[in-house]
Design a protein around this ligand. Structure first.
Ligand code: FNR
Length: 178
């Protein structure tokens, strides 16, 4: 079984990014599984590095046990969400015990804006490269949720092939085949 930890950067109940992650999940081949991370964490506090909160221990375990990480982020004020940054800061600690070094990673994002999540994703890519993750370069996935999702949160049929291409590349990347 290939497992992929999924960091969705929106806590909102009807989040478009959650919907995007679920649509990607539906296209996974047999033998690949998503494990959603709980990112509803306390704010990062360096005083707790030696005694990490239980939820952070669980997050680090999830990443350690996964073959790769998919980040699905909204764009907030031309950057990725604080939810994602907070989770990354926690799981990068304590110093010398980052959960991320060497892990395959990929990024996707949904927004209602015409420019998609381009800035959010490019800033997140920088952070992941600093953390020494193996970040998938192509294909990029900037999802316009206003146009691409129906009322049930399903992607429009014409977007399915594109999404499938992303999923195929993601699986190959996580398995080290590309
Ligand atoms: C936004 N939104 C937004 N969209 C965008 O394309 N670029 C941006 O810079 C911003 N900035 C921004 C800031 C804040 C604080 C909020 C709450 C929203 C709109 C955003 O794309 C929209 O709210 C999405 O629906 C957020 O993703 P979820 O929660 O649906 O996954």
């Amino acid at each position: 079984m290939t497992t992929i930890a999924v960091f969705v950067g929106s806590l909102r109940r009807d989040s478009f990014n959650k919907a995007l992650a679920r649509n990607i999940e539906r296209l996974l081949p047999e033998g690949v599984e998503f494990r959603y991370a709980d990112l509803d964490l306390p704010l990062y506090d360096q005083d707790l590095d030696a005694n990490l909160p239980e939820k952070v221990v669980a997050l680090k375990k999830l990443v350690a046990e996964s073959d790769g990480v998919l980040f699905v982020t909204p764009e907030y004020n031309r950057s990725f969400s604080g939810v994602i940054k907070n989770a990354i800061d926690w799981a990068s600690r304590p110093w010398g015990q980052s959960s991320f070094a060497g892990k395959p990673a990929a990024i996707a994002g949904a927004s209602i804006g015409a420019l998609g999540t381009t800035q959010a994703q490019s800033q997140l890519r920088n952070v992941l490269l600093f953390l020494d993750m193996k970040v998938m370069g192509q294909p990029e996935l900037y999802f316009n949720a206003s146009a691409g999702l129906d009322g049930n949160g399903d992607v429009a049929p014409e977007s399915k092939d594109f999404l499938q291409g992303f999923v195929d590349a993601l699986v190959a990347h996580v398995r080290g085949e590309k």
